[in-house]
Structure formats: structure tokens, C-alpha cells
Design a protein around this ligand. Structure first.
Ligand SMILES: Cc1cc2nc3c(=O)[nH]c(=O)nc-3n(C[C@H](O)[C@H](O)[C@H](O)COP(=O)(O)OP(=O)(O)OC[C@H]3O[C@@H](n4cnc5c(N)ncnc54)[C@H](O)[C@@H]3O)c2cc1C
Ligand code: SF4
Length: 482
């Protein structure tokens, strides 16, 4: 066993020299750690390690599994407070990075699998739960990053996995051997996968008997030669190649998504946590999305940054005292706290699973995520309103640096105070970054689709809304007897 990772810097070192098959813009990436477009996403994950050192109460927890404190992203919840603390940590990391810090998918996958493999073993007499505990214990010991790979490319959305023209549109088992399984397929939109040490593949939807080979959950090392990562583009990502920090808006931190192609990867049985038990795919998806939909309070930390940026620009523009400006900031804060309110309430309402870990309330988590599919868009609109048109028409940092245009820009693009043009430009670029640029992927589109598109939450809310009970309440008070 290698030494555990104890800092962000050590984490970054742990990613070097893995010879991953990563492609970006048609070319294989030599060393992702050194790639200017990829590096900010690595910095965001590194921040999770540093926070654990700076604030261990917030970002670590005592694990009964290995008998000592571990990074909270690897912790199996042992109380309702543990679930609440995940949310507090997520908000803080959103504030510190202004982006997606990528580790929550794995955290939520572990916790969902902890509960579901226990139930699965109880039904089938299998040994998935002890295998998972052993795998998780080793990840905790070494303090590793684990990505959660649920979403398949899915092809024709009106058909299930085994009814597709191309069976490769969902990840499946193509061979079962005495010592393990061979897996083929792909996973789409995978957050932080290149920055992980392991990925855990899971089915993405409820499955039928004919889909048996698709009911696979397994842990694969990211360095497996059968994996190819095709890096997703983010709006304005190549600004990182231009050499200007200012034009990037948030040069240090970014999210990461890639398409993973899984080409006949062998997984030994000790890392297989479901194989063929189709009836447990739906409970797993439900448990995962229950956890993950309230993990989206991460966006409230990012929202805090956006509110701060909007308020700062308003101040620079000399309008901070105007009543409509103050009211717009209040509206942003109201939207942000409404997201947080539902998420943290879901966590406070946690219950113990049969396996012994704690899971948050399902309906409140869906309400949280459903708010996330809308409110950041309105907050982005308000931030752009307060920023003024310059957020979209600002000349580049190179124009500021130019002897010809620089003095003109510094004179004409100042706000309330002489000499504030460059600070103002930085703040505008940050708002651009979060509402139109690289980190809008995390703040807006991920808010919409991550953990399921809006309709997925509406379906869950409809299932759980107890309409008959509500109708009976109304009938009782109205004196309607049927
Ligand atoms: C930035 C980002 C990060 C992500 N990170 C991860 C990750 O780390 N791990 C992971 O596993 N996944 C991840 N996802 C994937 C995410 O969970 C999916 O994007 C989401 O589930 C929607 O799936 P889709 O993108 O295939 O869209 P689709 O499912 O195609 O949805 C598009 C539209 O079609 C509708 N639709 C889809 N199917 C049907 C149907 N059968 N009937 C009627 N309407 C339908 C939807 O409601 C939606 O309106 C991420 C996504 C994003 C954008
Ligand atoms: S979108 Fe939020 S919850 Fe999901 S991994 Fe990123 S930071 Fe975590």
C-alpha cells in the first residue's frame, strides 16, 4: 500500500505519470497535470484536500470502517449530522473555488451503494457489501479520489439498453470469467474522471430482465489501459492557452467532464458490487439521486461568489445604494438560500438505512435540485443586469497591456474611482466566467442536467406527493363525503 495523500500538493503529484489515454481537441494529452486547460480542474479537487487540513471538523469525519478520521468525501455517513456536514462542506468549497470541485459524485455513490449492496446481499446471499466495505476502506486508507460513473450515452431515449440498435450505448458485461467480468461501453459527462484514482460504474436507469448484462456496478482504476477519456469542451476554455490570467475570470479553478470509453476492461470479482441483479438497478439510481440532488447545495457556495461579484461591480459603478440594485442583491440571496434551505433540510431529515448509514429525505432533495435547475439561471441574469453590458463587450487583457490602447481603456473603462478600470475588468470577467464562460458549465448547465434533468425531479415529486392524502384533508374540511 502506498502512503496516504495528505495535502493538495501530494494529490496533484499522485496524478502524474499515469499514462492515461486522454484526448482534448483531437490530440492525445501528454501529462494532464501540466495541461493549462485541465490544470484548473485539478486545482479544484486539490482544494478539497487542503480544506481537510485547514478545517478538519468540516471536511473530515471519523470512519468506523478503518477507525480513524478520513476525508469527508470518502466517509460513509454514520449519523444525520454527517449528512448535514456534507452540505456545509460543499457550500464552503463552492465559495472557495467558484466551480465544481468534483468529488461529491463518488461520495454519494459510495453511500448509495453501501445501503443497496446490503439489501442486495440480504435478498440474494451475495457478498457485495463486504467487498464494497473492503474497497472503500482501502480508498479511505490512501485518501483517494473516486468518480461516480452513472450516465450512459443512451442513444434512443425511448428504448432501454437491450433494445438499442447498438448494444454499446450502455455499459455492459461482455464476458464472465472464473476470476471476474469484462466490461464494455461508455459513460458520458463524467465529472472529474481524469482527476480521479478510481471510477465506479453503475447502471443509469431501472432495468428489465432482458437487461441483465447491463446491471453492473464495478470499480475500475482510472489508469486501466482499456479506458479512453475524450475531454469535454467548456465555453471559453482555450482562454487558458492565451497566457492571460485576467481574461479567464477564474484562472485557478474549473470543473471537468469527459466521455469515458470502456473497451473490454477486466474487473476482478472483489471489485464487482452488482452483477445481473436487475431489480436493484432502480433502488440504486433512487438512492444515488436522493443523496446527489441535495449535494447541489454546492451551487449556493458558487452563488455566494456571484452575489459578491455583482455587489462589488455595483459598488464600482457607483450604484450600490440604489434601491433596485439592493433589491436585486436581496433577490439573489433569497434564491440562493432557498436552494440551500431545501438541501440542508433534506439532510437534517435523514434516516438510518438497513445497512446502518444515513440517507437524507427524498422529496426535499428533489425540491432542492429542482430549484437548482432554475434559480442559478435567474441569479446569472441578475448578476449580468447589475454588471452592465461591459460583461460581454470588454476588450482583452492584451488591449489593457498595449501601449496604444491600454491608457485609453484605463481612462474610459473606470468606474466610480479613478484607476479602478483593471479591478473592474477582473470582476466583470469573473461574472462572465460564471454565467457564460468555463464555470457556467458547472453553475448553469450542470445545475440543469446533473443528477437528472428537471423532469426527473418532477417525476419523483409526483410519486411522493401523497395526493390522495391531501385530497382527503380537503374533503374532510369541506365536508365532502363520498
Ligand atoms: C456538467 C455535467 C456534469 C455531469 N456529471 C456527471 C457525473 O459525474 N456522473 C454521471 O454519471 N453523470 C453526470 N452527468 C450526467 C447527467 O446526470 C445527465 O446529463 C442527465 O441525467 C441527463 O441526461 P442526458 O444528458 O443524456 O440528457 P437526456 O436524458 O437526453 O435529456 C434531454 C431531455 O430529454 C428528456 N428525456 C430524456 N429521456 C426521456 C424519455 N425517455 N422520455 C421523455 N423525455 C426524456 C429529458 O427530460 C430532458 O428534457 C453530468 C451532466 C452534466 C451536464
Ligand atoms: S456539481 Fe456540485 S455536487 Fe456535483 S460534483 Fe460538482 S461540486 Fe459536487
Amino acid at each position: 500500500m502506498t502512503n496516504p495523500i495528505t495535502s493538495g500538493a501530494q494529490y496533484i503529484e499522485s496524478l502524474r505519470g499515469r499514462n492515461l489515454r486522454v484526448f482534448f481537441m483531437g490530440e492525445r494529452v501528454g501529462e494532464p497535470v501540466e495541461h493549462p486547460v485541465i490544470r484548473p480542474s485539478i486545482n479544484a479537487v486539490a482544494r478539497t484536500y487542503d480544506l481537510a487540513n485547514e478545517d478538519p471538523e468540516l471536511a473530515t469525519a471519523h470512519s468506523s470502517l478503518i477507525g480513524r478520521r478520513v476525508n469527508r468525501f470518502l466517509h460513509v455517513t454514520e449519523s444525520a449530522l454527517d449528512v448535514v456536514m456534507q452540505n456545509r462542506m460543499q457550500r464552503r468549497l463552492g465559495q472557495l473555488t467558484g466551480t465544481c470541485f468534483q468529488r461529491c459524485v463518488g461520495m454519494d455513490a459510495f453511500n448509495a451503494l453501501y445501503a443497496v449492496t446490503f439489501d442486495l446481499d440480504a435478498r440474494h446471499g451475495t457478498t457485495y457489501h463486504p467487498r464494497l466495505k473492503s474497497f472503500l476502506g482501502s480508498c479511505q486508507e490512501q485518501n483517494l479520489v473516486v468518480g461516480g460513473a452513472m450516465t450512459d450515452p443512451k442513444g434512443d431515449r425511448s428504448r432501454g439498453p437491450s433494445a438499442q440498435d447498438d448494444p454499446g450505448l450502455f455499459t455492459r458485461v461482455v464476458e464472465r470469467r472464473a476470476d471476474g467480468v469484462v466490461i464494455r461501453g461508455a459513460k458520458a459527462h463524467q465529472t472529474g474522471c481524469v482527476n480521479s484514482h478510481w471510477i465506479v460504474v453503475m447502471p443509469t436507469l431501472r432495468l428489465q430482465e432482458a437487461d441483465r448484462d447491463y446491471a453492473i456496478v464495478a470499480a475500475i482504476p482510472v489508469s486501466d489501459p482499456g479506458l479512453t477519456f475524450i475531454y469535454g469542451r467548456q465555453s471559453c476554455d482555450t482562454r487558458a492557452l492565451e497566457g492571460s490570467e485576467v481574461d479567464q475570470g477564474n484562472a485557478k479553478y474549473a470543473g471537468q467532464e469527459a466521455l469515458i470509453v470502456i473497451d473490454d476492461v477486466f474487473v476482478p470479482w472483489e471489485r464487482v458490487f452488482m452483477d445481473g441483479e436487475v431489480e436493484f438497478a432502480a433502488p440504486l439510481v433512487d438512492a444515488f439521486t436522493t443523496y446527489h440532488r441535495r449535494s447541489y447545495v454546492c451551487k449556493t457556495g458558487v452563488g455566494d461568489v456571484l452575489i459578491g461579484a455583482a455587489a462589488t461591480v455595483a459598488e464600482m459603478n457607483g450604484v450600490s445604494k440604489a434601491s433596485h440594485v439592493r433589491d436585486k442583491l436581496v433577490e439573489m440571496a433569497h434564491l440562493n438560500e432557498t436552494i440551500y434551505g431545501a438541501g440542508i433540510a433534506a439532510s437534517h431529515e435523514s434516516r438510518r438505512t438497513r445497512a446502518g448509514n444515513f440517507i437524507n429525505d427524498d422529496v426535499l432533495a428533489n425540491v432542492c435540485k429542482h430549484n437548482v435547475t432554475r434559480f442559478p439561471f435567474e441569479m446569472a441574469r441578475l448578476a449580468q443586469d447589475l454588471a452592465g453590458g461591459l460583461v460581454a463587450t470588454l476588450p482583452s487583457a492584451k488591449d489593457f497591456a498595449s501601449e496604444v490602447t491600454g491608457p485609453v481603456l484605463r481612462r474610459l473603462l473606470r468606474g466610480r474611482s479613478p484607476g479602478d478600470a483593471e479591478a473592474r475588468a477582473r470582476m466583470l470577467r469573473l461574472i462572465e466566467n460564471m454565467t457564460m464562460g468555463r464555470n457556467a458549465v458547472g453553475y448553469l448547465t450542470e445545475s440543469l442536467h446533473g443528477a437528472g434533468s428537471p423532469q426527473a425531479q418532477r417525476i419523483q415529486i409526483e410519486r411522493a406527493m401523497k395526493l390522495e392524502e391531501k385530497k382527503n384533508l380537503a374533503k374532510t374540511l369541506a365536508g365532502v363525503n363520498e
